[in-house]
Write a protein that binds this ligand. Sequence first.
Ligand code: UDP
Length: 250
Amino acid sequence: MAINKPVRTDVLGIPVDCITMDGAVDYATRLIDENKKACYILAINPEKVMALLKNTSLFKTFSSAELLIPDGIGVVMAMRWLHGLETVRVPGSELMPRLCAMAAEKGYGIFLYGSQEDVNHGSAEKLNQMYPGLKIAGRANGYLKEEEMPELVKQINASGAKILFVALGSPKQEQWIQKWSDKLDVNIIQGIGGTLDTIVGTVKRAPAFFCRFGLEWFYRLVTNPQRASRQKALPVFAWKVIKEKVKGKK
Ligand code: UDP
């Protein structure tokens, strides 16, 4: 049976899919069951929308993704407001453990690539405790040299992993995926940014209250002011969405 692709819409011209968390897990599972190769899942948030508007090559990389999850509340609000879509947030940091749970249940191996060695190693241990039976087919930290990449690709393919998580931060992880995906035998590749850091606890996720009210970005800004420069994109994003809405009403 053909796999139905989720409906792809856009925010300010940047593609994003209308999908729920369960829908994303189900879609990824079917891609594995049908042995589709190197289908990649990337996250869209306001910061990325702003970056993609300025970078054509990165835009092309994102446009080729199998799944573009609405990771940030700003993107979800824009999808609702500009297109009237009943859509919800699918945070990449929550999808990753959901895919691990599915992999443990189905006996699919995963490969963890990225983050500092202690974080990478620690998250493998933690994931094993969280999902008994999860097969960590392989792992590698995110500080390998460029000349080590062909060896890493061989290691990933030899591991037999079906899901590869790439934790190099954005846009490095997306550029890595673009460059190497057609050499990879895995079925699914997810770009997961700093998710391994949150799994081991070196970086805390926002408390439930902030997540519930879509204020995770605010919690991050207050607890990690070094990120403030990255969040400068937020007001510009909001302003562009308002302008787009006004334009649409004329
Ligand atoms: N990282 C890496 N190799 C690099 C640069 C970064 O493995 O050359 C890792 C870093 O250790 C961290 C993650 O990438 O675990 C970046 O996390 P961040 O929260 O900045 O990513 P975001 O989700 O915001 O893109």
